[in-house]
Structures are given as structure tokens and as C-alpha cells.
Design a protein around this ligand. Sequence first.
Ligand code: ADP
Length: 570
Amino acid sequence: RAETAPETLTDGFHLLIDALKLNGIETIYNVPGIPITDLGRYAQAQGMRVISFRHEQHAGYAASVAGFLTKMPGVCMTVSAPGFLNGVTALANATTNCWPMILISGSSEREIVDLAQGDYEEMDQLAMARPFCKAAYRLNYAQDIGIAVARAIRSAVSGRPGGVYLDIPGAMLGQIMDGEEGKKSLVKVIDPAPRQTPSKESVARAVNVLKEAKRPLIVIGKGAAYDQSDDVIKELVEKSGLPFLPMSMAKGILPDTHPQCAAAARSLVLKESDAVIMMGARINWLLSHGKGMQWGEPGSKKFIQIDIDPEEMDSNVEIAAPLVGDVGSCAQALIDALESEGIAPPKDWLDQVNTKATANMEKMANKLQNNNDPMDYFAALGVIKEAVNKRPETILVNEGANTLDMCRSIVNIHKPRHRIDVGTWGVMGIGMGAAVAAAVETGKQVLAVEGDSAFGFCGMEIETICRYKLPVCIVIFNNNGIYRGDGENWGGGDDPATTVFVEDSRYDMMMEAFGGVGVWAKNPDELRQAIEEALASGKPTLINAAIDPAAGKESGNIGNLNPSSVVAQA
Ligand code: ADP
């Protein structure tokens, strides 16, 4: 144990912890095991918050969400080989989402691994990690910990943020160094993600596009949410008077109830706009690659794109005015230029958008009030919407298929970075990791709205939520299956259909098993009361909301991505 080591010495364990702390990293998301068990214990002893999960993937998702929320890399620590691989899923997801995270994994004896002599959990982890992250480094010597941690942090947050892998052979942790020398070897990163202002020419180009436009639109993405330039973005939107469309995790930078929010008129603005400012949002599959019917006549619009990564430009469609820089600096440059040009807000266009949005919202409002038995998605989401409106500080975590798609459009978000969901991959199973990180990093109440299938990928982490007594209320939309709960076995045999689960599964009883509050809610009133109690008390709660098994569409809003078999149809 460290206490018995001579005072003048330090070692790899302590240098790694000191290096993280020196750089303001106070929390580790881990799963203990050889060779990092003591690392977690020492980190806790040194005053770090160590949140131990039941499975590395969720510790990794938590770290990535911590990165999104704080602009500092979230740190996930895992054991070697299988634990490492479980963490890599989250590392790749972080990189895909452009969120900073560092995966630190213990690894086996280098000499044995390199000769493939069959060590305990042998794997060349460094090579495996590389394709899934921005950078990957191995630490062979304790004296390199300082510089390696500094470099890892800088790699994760600079430019387009992403995941970084740090490989720590177990033996390195035990290497000793003189204490003073060790201290001197640590490096505090200076300005790891420098602000990046756009060039004057690029701003002028963008302003020219806007000058000619009659129906401009701003699309705000999670890169903008990450940038934390909330006030500047608000100023740009309000001074320009343009309608804005928030991508799902950009909801709340400006409240969804803002008079310029075009979320409820999405189809109209995508189709009819003639100039689009993409602000920290990629033109990827989530936006139909900027092509097709959804975007109106081909060639009918010009794109201005704000992105920290120059290579993002022209990825799918021509970008008439690339603005390379951070969202805050680019938005500020646009505000200044628009003011000096005196461009007036396009009032008629905004009125047209508002009329459509209001009509769509009115149509939806009635559906949300229904009392159908069994409960449908609309009624359940009406209750969730009310709860978040009442407590706008609540962070909403959301995943599923129908549960995700409908919740995203129905439930208003009022504050920046208060919605965390499946991100760029549309991945299932992020829910519990995200909920833990949101609660740990912000201290706020979390409401996780989960499809029953999505919950299945991460459900064991409710034990983690109960163990750390986190203010997390999970609502499972339980319709007994994937997409729907009424599927049939196409072969007609005794096995259940591939997409159904045990009918009326009592997920609420799982929560009770860990000392949390469990509620089985069968109608909107029961759901409302259970959520109210959970959010008022802050107690770990799981509400098993029984949803009509016949409700729900195949793959939610993205059923068109399913290939279909011509042979089977014939
Ligand atoms: P969404 O899914 O919300 O549409 P994406 O994840 O597709 O958003 O896009 C986020 C974009 O934001 C990425 O292209 C990324 O390079 C960019 N980005 C990340 N951080 C910043 C920043 N601070 N300033 C500008 N762009 C950023």
C-alpha cells in the first residue's frame, strides 16, 4: 500500500492520478479488475470521484457524456482485453459524436503479448484501439505519465473533439520514481482547445449568401451545444430574426418554445428554405445527406456551414460558404457582419413558419390528452412533457425507436445540454450511462425515458444508480417488444417472435431488488403521480409504464432504412 512506501517515492498509480487531477479531471468512470483495481481505490483515496459500473460499455458512455457536458474529456478506466473491448464501443461512439473522452485500459505484459505467448487477457490493445479513436498512446514508463496525459487531453478536446486511448501495461503502474522528480514530470495542459476565429473572407462570403436569401434557416447541432456559446448563438438567432431548427441534442440552447423555433415546421423549413446555416451539425443521414425530396428542388438552396473541422465541408453537398472555426467565434463574426450590413429579418418567411408550426402543435396537443386504455405513446409522452415543463432543470435522457422519435418531437427542452440521446449512430443502450454521467456531472435531476428494448442493453446499471443514490428517474415505455410487442413467429413454431419480450415484464421489481423505488404505471394518472413523486424526492426510481403492445412503428421514424427481401415478397 502507498502509505507504507517511503515518503520520498511515488509510482505509476499515483502519478496517473496526480496527472489527471492536475488537469482538472476529478471523476473516473470504471469497472474494477486486474490490473486497475487498486488504481480506482487510490483515486478514491486521493479525493477523486470514482463511479464503478457493472459493465465497461456503460462506464464508457458515461465518460463520453461527461465530455459532452463539460468540454473536458470524460475518463473511463477498464481492465484488459474483454473489458477494454467493451470500452472501445463507447470510445468509438464518443469519436463518432465528436465528444472528448479518454479510455484508459490496463494491459498485459508487453513482452509476452508481443511474442504472442498467451498471457492472461492477452491482446495488442493499442493496435486494436487505433481505428476507433482520434489518437492512441501507450505508456511504458512512469516518467512519461505527465506528458502522455497532457497529450491525451489535448488530442481529445482540440479541433474536432473525440476519443483517445491510453494503454497502461499493468507493470508500469508499479514503477517507482523519486517523488520530487515525479512531480516535475507532470504537465498541466495550457489552452488545450484554442478558440478558432473564421477568416474575414469566409465571413464576407457567408454574408453575401444571406443578403441574397429570402428564406434563410439556421440548423443548430450538438457541436453548437458542446461549444457552450449559448449567449452568442441566442444573439445571432434573435438579431438575424431567422427561424432555427435544433437537432435533437441542440434542443434547449434556445428553448423549444422560442418564437423562432421551427421544430414543429421541420418539413416546411427544410423544403422551402433557400439558404441554410449549418451550425455545428453535419449534413449526414440524420438530414438525409442534404438531398432528396425533403430538401426541395435540387439546387434550390445554398449552404453556409460553421464547423471546427475544415474537412467536414462538402461532405455531402456543396458548401457555398464554409466558416471554419468554433461556433462561438463564427456566430460572433456573423453578428458583427450582419449588423454592419443592416440585413433585416425576413418577417414574411418567419410568419409562414410560425403559422405552420402553430397548426402542427395544435394538432398534437389533443392527442397528448387522451386516456386510451391501454395507454399509448401520446398519452404517456403528454405526461412526460408536462413534467419537464414544470421542472425545466431536469435533464432528459432518451433512447428507443418510437420512444426516441416521438419523445424528441413532443417533449420541449428549455435549457442547453438538457437532452442526451442516441447521437449520431442512433445507438441503443446509452441510457443508463448517460443518466449516471448527467447526474454526477451536473448534480441535477435526470429523467430517462427508455424504450423497453433500449433499456435491455444497459438495465443492470440501475444497480449503479441505486448504489450511488443518484437522482435518476427511469421511465420504461414497455410495449412488450422491439418496435411493437405483438409480433408473430414467421415460421409459426413455438418460439416467440424475434422482436417480442416476456409480456408485462416487471422491470419495476428489478429496481426494488436494489433498494430503489419501483412503480408499475398503467395509465396517465398513475404515470403522472409516480413521476411527480420521483422528481420531488430525487430517489432512484424506475417506472414501468405499460404501453399498448400494438402501438409503435417498425424502427420508429427510420423504417425506410430496413432492406426488404424481393424473394420473400414474390
Ligand atoms: P447533430 O447530430 O446535432 O446534427 P453532429 O454531431 O452531426 O451534430 O455535428 C457536430 C459538428 O460540430 C461536427 O462536425 C463537429 O466537427 C462540430 N463541432 C464540434 N465542436 C465544435 C465547436 N466547438 N465549434 C464548431 N464546430 C464544432
